[in-house]
Design a binder for this molecule. Structure first.
Ligand code: C2E
Ligand code: CA
Ligand code: CA
Length: 394
């Protein structure tokens, strides 16, 4: 994945030279350097295209990194930013959190001395967060593109089947957001959900996914297939105290059953245990929605933590499931998650099942449902519907 244009801001000329040659080696479209914030801002003003990646020192003459980042916010800079500094860890952490409150896209922090390995780490993080497969390698999605995409319904759900391991029957599907961009084609959620979360646009995304999911669940029902539909929620969705009522009203109006909707929340988003998210989850469950803990095993929560939440399903993260056939640690993690889920009386879902051997493993461990490429990749609503039709006919 190409880096696009890169800007390096640091008062140390040797560091600038090291960074410049490294970014060039990694395929940056261009690399420019500045010795302080003032120079960097004038470079940004001259540029026809905003850099996709910015490496920024904190302690510099004339204008330091903290002030520079504040200017970037004013300019609505949305490229990936990595902070680089020789300051104490706590100073770097503070600068990072300041930048995040400015809604800048910080992809990582680096402690000096700089080396190739550290740079590669933030380059990889930036690729995940920002770059999208565009007409030229440096195309970057902007916040206003995303806003337009939401209002013009370019975001659609793809559906991936969930299958009961005992019967082999499809019991439901997970709705996974895709952006159908008119010029650039399909964009995966990894490239726009983080931005939607950072710029307060996630409720718009959830709204269109849920709207279409309602419609599609009704179409499946018309084929005589009463399937569940899983919808992903971000932690910010849980800050909306009226969410439970809104969703319940819509499901009721569509004449569907609330228990057909499984709301997935990642394990890591639960760790804060703030009052509003707890209340929203409790009310969703009381109203009859199904709740699922997503990416289980990656958030480091313990059983006490989970007992307090009203979940009905646990999804074991694909990073463990995917390699459990050859990795003893992954296998032990899956087994531990299954044991925990069973103790808590939860339905267990293994995601990322790609091979028959992994399917057999998780079946043996007592997992209830599987989801993964072995059964089917996420597909467009129409394709999923055709597929259900075909299954009914056979
Ligand atoms: P997730 O909820 O963990 O979704 C599962 C991801 O694993 C999906 O990636 C799916 O395509 C992929 N996957 C499924 N089976 C396999 C398999 O067998 N092997 C491999 N390698 N991958 C598999 P996708 O669609 O790119 O979604 C990425 C993430 O984006 C999702 O992870 C979810 O966290 C987020 N996301 C997607 N749609 C929404 C949405 O509407 N709202 C929010 N808040 N987040 C969403
Ligand atoms: Ca999910
Ligand atoms: Ca997951």
């Amino acid at each position: 994945q190409s880096l696009g244009d890169v800007l390096v801001v640091d008062d140390d000329p040797i560091l600038r030279a090291i960074a410049e040659s490294h970014f060039e080696k990694r395929g940056a479209a261009s690399v420019r350097t500045a010795g302080d914030g003032v120079q960097a801002l004038s470079l940004l003003d001259e540029a026809t295209q905003q850099p996709g990646f910015l490496l920024c020192d904190l302690n510099m003459p004339n204008m330091d990194g903290i002030e520079f980042l504040r200017h970037l916010e004013k300019r609505k800079f949305n490229g990936a930013i990595s902070i680089l500094s020789g300051e104490h860890d706590s100073v770097i952490a503070l600068a990072e959190s300041l930048a995040k409150t400015h809604r800048l896209n910080i992809v990582g922090t680096l402690k000096k001395p700089l080396n190739a390995e550290k740079l590669d780490k933030v380059i990889a993080a930036a690729a995940v967060k920002q770059a999208i497969p565009g007409p030229n390698s440096s195309t970057l999605v902007t916040v206003s593109d995303l806003r337009d995409a939401i209002s013009s319904q370019q975001i659609v759900p793809y559906y991936q089947p969930k299958v009961d391991v005992r019967t082999g029957i499809i019991v439901g599907a997970e709705a996974l957001a895709r952006w159908h961009h008119p010029e650039w084609g399909m964009i995966f959620p990894g490239h726009f959900i983080p931005m939607a979360e950072n710029y307060d646009l996630i409720s718009g995304v959830t709204d269109i996914i849920f709207r279409q999911a309602l419609n599609d669940v009704a179409r499946w029902a018309a084929l005589g297939q009463k399937l569940t539909c899983s919808v992903n929620l971000s932690v910010d969705n849980l800050d909306n105290i009226s969410l439970p009522n809104e969703l319940a009203d819509r499901v009721d109006a569509a004449g569907l059953s609330r228990s057909q909707f499984v709301l997935e929340v990642t394990e890591s988003s639960l760790l804060e245990k703030a009052a509003t998210p707890m209340e929203v989850l409790a009310r969703l469950r009381m109203m009859g929605f199904d709740l699922s803990i997503d990416d289980f095993g990656t958030g480091g929560s313990n059983i006490e933590n989970l007992r307090d939440f009203p979940f009905s399903e646990l999804k074991i993260d694909q990073s463990f499931v995917g390699k459990m056939a050859e990795d003893a640690f992954a296998q032990a993690s899956v087994k531990a998650s299954v044991d925990l889920g069973k103790q808590l009386g939860l339905r267990l879902v293994a995601e990322g099942v790609e091979t028959a051997s992994v399917r057999d493993f998780v079946t043996q461990l007592g997992v209830d449902q599987i989801q993964g490429y072995l059964v089917g990749k996420p597909v467009e609503a129409e394709t999923f519907l055709q597929w259900l039709r075909g299954r009914r006919a056979s």
